[in-house]
Design a protein around this ligand. Structure first.
Ligand SMILES: *[C@@H]1O[C@H](CO)[C@@H](O)[C@H](O)[C@H]1NC(C)=O
Ligand SMILES: *[C@@H]1O[C@H](CO)[C@@H](O)[C@H](O)[C@H]1NC(C)=O
Length: 225
């Protein structure tokens, strides 16, 4: 029994490390309905199929700006959907820093993005409880310079993209700083198929890639170009 389990672990570990995990970076913002849509309807429902092949990095910031005031030593942010969104993004950034486990990361972000108000302190606290995340620690970071620094660093990463980010969310593969418009379009419309195509080694593709049915193939013929 024990030996069998050990073998299972060994085999599965070697299988998942053979192809490795593809880095996927999701640039999003808390109060953006397209971000909610992508995370809750594309990324999360397909995560279970691809979790061994995915290394997701969430970058909450979006279409925002920040400046550093050297006199006060503080950052100033302005966000697409106002101050509340900046605070929300900052709380998300703190949570993402705090959570180490990758399943918990996506579960938490999906929980918050599914909430009535993804920036709202109440909803973030509820999701923290659900996933055993220390909310006191989270909020302490979220309202302090630590949180501002994390958000500013997300901002630098976002502003580093080429061309500049103009659509939120933006999805980038392989840690590239180039936005690939085709990857972007395909990810938003059909993340499952995009991942299946990205996993170049056929034997590494999860079962679900073989199950893409006729309907989906027909649909993709018209929209997936
Ligand atoms: C920078 O911070 C200082 C000290 O708080 C303040 O007096 C000044 O107006 C700030 N500058 C800008 C450009 O906001
Ligand atoms: C990711 O980058 C690596 C190294 O540059 C490359 O070999 C691989 O094909 C890339 N994968 C995808 C899916 O773009």
């Amino acid at each position: 029994m024990l030996l069998k389990e050990l073998l299972y672990v060994l085999i599965c570990t070697s299988i998942s490390s053979a192809w490795g995990a593809l880095p996927v970076t999701v640039y999003y913002e808390a109060l953006c309905s397209d971000s909610v849509q992508f995370i809750t309807k594309q990324l999360y429902p397909n995560y279970r199929f691809f979790k061994d092949h995915l290394d997701i990095e969430f970058v909450p910031y979006g279409k925002a700006m920040h400046t550093f005031n050297a006199t006060s030593g503080k950052y100033k942010f302005s966000c697409q959907h106002g101050r509340e969104e900046c605070l929300g993004n900052q709380l998300h950034a703190c949570a993402l820093k705090q959570i180490k486990d990758k399943d918990t990361k996506i579960n938490f972000i999906t929980c918050v993005m599914s909430a009535e108000n993804p920036s709202g302190r109440y909803f973030i606290e509820e999701c923290s409880k659900k996933y055993n995340i220390d909310f006191i620690k989270l909020i302490t970071c979220g309202v302090s310079d630590e949180g501002s620094k994390l958000l500013a660093s997300n901002g630098d990463k976002t502003w580093n993209l080429e061309p500049n980010l103009y659509y939120v969310p933006t999805v980038v593969f392989n840690n590239s700083i180039q936005i690939n418009q085709e990857d972007q379009r395909n990810s938003l419309s059909n993340f499952k198929m995009t991942m299946c195509k990205k996993i170049l080694v056929e034997s590494e593709r999860p079962e679900v890639c073989n199950e893409i049915g006729l309907l989906e193939r027909m649909r993709s013929f018209f929209s997936f170009r």
